[in-house]
Design a protein around this ligand. Structure first.
Ligand SMILES: [Zn+2]
Length: 270
């Protein structure tokens, strides 16, 4: 069964992970712009990072027959300085035009501050003006419910957001309902030690259904493993879900959401 990895930070992973993903029939992966493990000291450092995501990383993935896509933005962990954010935002349009870039992301909140929200709103505005899809990072642990509420309110207040073109990532049981009810897409991130596990993710799918739901692994700088996505595929099959439903969650749904960007070349298999 082919799968798509909707959220992974390959810059933090070794080539061996591409090898493993290829062996597990991952045909495409999406890399949202995020924190580097340290705060960048200048906007130019973001320029170089965006160049890595749009030039070097697609070539590395292609060696394993994996299509690499990217999302570009200033991430929530570095969004507190609004003047700094504006400098980064000024050259984001140049990267949105690149062949492998699907939209603006992963924007969002980290500590739910007013400045982070301001940077979030500036980037939502940029995305809508440039007709881009949006990928949203929701805060971790205790800040999640409040942060998701703040972003839903900010998006609703604009009055011009099509929720079908926006995905909230790192969703868990206690926040996913209001995101889905408002018409947005939701993705759940699996972590090997903390937060969502493969079985929790499948529990959530059994409660809320598979419509507008995606699952991703947490490939980043912390304890994480791209293979957890495949553990979730196995868990869903083990519980007796039809292959067709498994394929919907792990392949067709990413095709449906990401395929709203004409640069995404994979199509749902009906
Ligand atoms: Zn991320």
């Amino acid at each position: 069964m082919k799968i798509i990895e909707p959220h992974i930070h390959m810059i933090a992973r070794t080539t061996q992970d591409y090898e493993r993903m290829a062996r597990m029939h991952c045909v495409a992966c999406c890399e949202p712009a995020f924190w580097a493990g340290y705060d960048r000291t200048s906007p130019q450092a973001f320029y170089d990072y965006f160049t890595h995501l749009t030039d070097f990383e697609p070539k590395r993935a292609a060696q394993y027959l994996i299509a690499h896509y990217a999302w570009i933005c200033i991430n929530p962990k570095e969004a507190e300085d609004v003047a700094f954010s504006k400098e980064v935002i000024s050259f984001i349009p140049e990267f949105l035009a690149k062949d492998n870039v699907l939209g603006v992301g992963e924007i969002g909140l980290n500590k739910n501050t007013a400045n982070e929200l301001k940077t979030f709103e500036l980037q939502v505005d940029l995305a809508l003006r440039m007709r881009q899809l949006i990928w949203i990072h929701s805060p971790h642990l205790n800040d999640k419910k409040k942060g998701v509420r703040m972003m839903l309110d900010a998006l609703a207040a604009r009055g011009d957001v099509d929720p079908g073109r926006v995905c909230f990532d790192h969703m868990e049981e206690h926040v996913i309902k209001e995101v889905l009810d408002a018409g947005y897409w939701a993705s759940m991130t699996i972590y090997p030690q903390t937060k969502n596990s493969p079985s929790r993710v499948v529990d959530t799918i059994e409660i809320y259904g598979k419509e507008r739901i995606m699952v991703d692994a947490s490939g980043d700088w912390g304890p994480s493993d791209p293979a957890t996505l495949h553990d979730a595929v196995f868990e869903m099959r083990r519980r007796g879900h039809a292959d067709r439903d498994v394929q919907d969650v792990f392949y067709n749904n990413p095709c449906r959401f990401l395929g709203q960007c004409p640069k995404f070349k994979f199509k749902p298999e009906e």
